[in-house]
Design a protein around this ligand. Structure first.
Ligand SMILES: NC(=O)c1ccc[n+]([C@@H]2O[C@H](COP(=O)([O-])OP(=O)(O)OC[C@H]3O[C@@H](n4cnc5c(N)ncnc54)[C@H](OP(=O)(O)O)[C@@H]3O)[C@@H](O)[C@H]2O)c1
Length: 258
């Protein structure tokens, strides 16, 4: 059986030794955190041209993603691990200066790789050190040491264990705090972004500071959405555009995608 591959545009990241990031990636989060099918789903995605995979310590998908990457190399779907762009994330219970590097080392072990292409602080939230648990308990929240945690991220970058470093779910106010402390500025801010949640202020700020904004839930998050769950897939405007073009709503591109 033949396979079709599509060329995916790439985004140059400012971090010195980072390779360009494929602009379209595949997410591996699932709730409940059960990953029986993740390895095969990643392999199928690789077969049709995906080269960027998004995981996190929280998702529990690092082991099957790592297995898929190794298997993808064995099967010749990719020539080597270097062809794949892996993003992982630091969970809130590890958002403490001394826990950042050990947490990345654990992720690398689970992924069976020597480095991640991009390492993100998952949320601007620090929880008491402990097991990776979700949802978080409000009483476990502690003040976020922006400077100390970012120093830990920079250490990961300096050691070559994370080719680029960044953040996720950060507002302009949180980014101000990181930038005030940073020697290596964040390369990426991964946030929910879609036609119903366009992040105009954040995008303008990040454009000015040279931070790439990456979108998650481009069709609207179903459980956590700032845009209200079905606002994208049930949008009348998008339905009209899709009908006029003979496409599905999921296939309609908007300025927020660019
Ligand atoms: N940094 C963060 O905090 C954060 C937060 C959320 C997500 N993420 C990342 O982003 C990834 C993607 O998340 P997501 O929210 O976009 O989840 P998703 O599971 O990819 O999609 C969200 C919804 O869109 C629907 N959908 C997907 N493709 C569709 C299509 N072609 N036509 C119609 N509906 C379609 C899905 O329906 P079905 O359920 O029927 O498939 C689901 O209800 C995650 O796996 C994770 O890696 C990061």
């Amino acid at each position: 059986m033949g396979s079709t591959t599509a060329a995916v545009p790439e985004v140059a990241l400012p971090s010195g030794n980072a390779r360009p990031m494929p602009a379209i990636g595949m997410g591996t989060s699932k709730y409940p955190l059960v990953h029986e099918t993740t390895r095969d789903a990643v392999l199928a995605a690789m077969e049709v041209g995906f080269r960027h995979f998004d995981t996190a310590a929280l998702y529990g998908s690092e082991p099957p993603l790592g297995e898929a990457v190794a298997e993808g190399v064995r099967r010749g779907l990719v020539a080597s691990r270097e062809e794949v762009f892996i993003t992982s994330k630091l969970w809130c219970t590890r958002c403490h200066p001394g826990l950042v590097l050990p947490s990345l080392r654990e992720s690398l072990q689970k992924l069976q790789v020597e480095y991640v292409d991009l390492y993100l602080i998952h949320l601007p939230v620090s929880l008491k050190p402990g097991p990776t648990a979700f949802p978080a308990k409000r009483e476990d929240a502690v003040p976020f040491d922006f400077e100390g945690v970012w120093r830990g991220m920079e250490e990961c970058h300096r050691l070559g264990l994370a080719k680029a470093i960044g953040v996720s779910n950060f507002t302009t106010g949180h980014l101000d705090k990181i930038l005030a402390a940073a020697t290596v500025p964040p390369a990426v801010n991964q946030v929910e972004m879609n036609p119903a949640w366009q992040q105009r202020k954040l995008r303008a700020y990040c454009a000015e500071k040279g931070i790439h904004v990456a979108a998650y839930s481009p069709l609207g998050g179903q459980r956590w959405s700032g845009s209200g769950g079905n606002a994208v897939l049930e949008s009348e405007v998008l339905a009209e555009i899709a009908k006029a073009r003979g496409k599905s709503i999921a296939q309609v591109r908007t300025p927020a995608d660019r």
